[in-house]
Design a protein around this ligand. Sequence first.
Ligand code: URP
Ligand code: ZN
Ligand code: ZN
Ligand code: ZN
Length: 475
Amino acid sequence: SRFDTIIKNGQLITAADRYTADIGIKGGRIVALGHELGEADEIIDAQGLWVMPGGIDAHCHLDQPLGDGAVMADDFLTGTRSAACGGTTTVIPFAAQQKGQSLRAAVEDYHRRSDGKAFIDYAFHMIVTDPTETVLKEELPALINEGYSSFKIYLTYDDLKLNDREVLNVLAMARREGGMVMVHAENADCIAYLTELLEAQGQTSPYYHGVAHSAIAEREATHRAISLAELIDVPLLIVHVSGPEAIEQIRWAQGRGLRVYGETCPQYLMLTAADLDQEGFEGAKCVCSPPPRDAAAQEAVWQALESGVFQVFSSDHAPFRFDDPQGKKLHGESASFEHIPNGIPGLETRLSILFSEGVVKERIDPTRFVALTATNPAKIYGLYPQKGTIAIGSDADLTLWDPAARSTIRNADLHHAVDYTPYEGVELTGKPVLTLSRGRAVYRDGAFTAPAGHGRFLTCDKPTPARPRGQAKGF
Ligand code: URP
Ligand code: ZN
Ligand code: ZN
Ligand code: ZN
């Protein structure tokens, strides 16, 4: 027949439009949009459902080697399975360079970790920790041209951080080659100073992680990263922004016409410092960097999502089991906060949290939801229009969503390999009922339905939004 699949009667939502139409799929792509499309091997009735581009989780950590004895709970198998069950169809985790390692070797190692495992399509960001001459002059330019067109740099963590001169070198290279730079903006010395002070006073419980990772340290590093990027005249994306201090820096830069982009994550909408301040070691479940702040910070993050200061909403899924000597209890329950592996899980709950708290509560409209969770990440990381929209010729990566379904988040129902979720008991309105990856159902009504290995590696174009000022931006 003419189509492999037709999705009928759904309300289609893109970053620009809402309309009712049928979708004709053939060979894994969208080939027709309209009405009375004709015959198909499978007809899916989406009456009463919203049909959206599958989510793109552009910031998640899967099977990332860490070196300090901690082990990530999710690899490409469990991580992409969990993502698919939450309505996500593309993930972009990180191939991390260890200091002393070639970047090429890090990328090759990451391919070995992912080959044949993923349920959904995936690309790589790189993490650049050792910007040697060879990395700057040979490896990075080559890799950017081969489809690894974005990378993250850190201003904190002893084993990851770059100094300002190294940042400038890396930014200048990104400008020449057209790569998108993501930055983890926290001031390492501020955190080290506060950590030492707190530990000297015996203030070592998980709560003090949030005190040591002060919002002022985040603000300073955000401002500094923006200034270094302005000096080089290159776009920059500030990842996992936690509150008003860093938001103001980004808004200030954007107001001056700089191509500074922002990302935030569910934890900054749903958690506060009080979640780190629980009985015993429980607070370790919510230790991530930057840490969750307070209710006013949550409100500022919502406003920045609504007003367009943030372009991207990612999970920053960094999966560590709680009750595990390779996870949060790496150094035992009485260890100082500074030894707790940083990160919280969120691949599967990212979309439903933003939908329930944002769209259902009318803080953001449905088109903004799609822009933040799929279309903008596709544009910013060079996957558009293959991914991130509903258009003729795009991959049939779709999520069919019941906007009224009620549910409660229970870790027992999630598909990741982490033994907790920080969102246990959160009540939701709206959930995915069917996820299609290149036309194939990978999740349907509570169960995953594709073989591991269905997911393919994606090369990324040089992103239009990574171009310096004076050249078309891509929005
Ligand atoms: O605490 C966090 N965010 N862990 C993941 C690594 C990172 O910096 O994004
Ligand atoms: Zn980070
Ligand atoms: Zn991260
Ligand atoms: Zn230690």
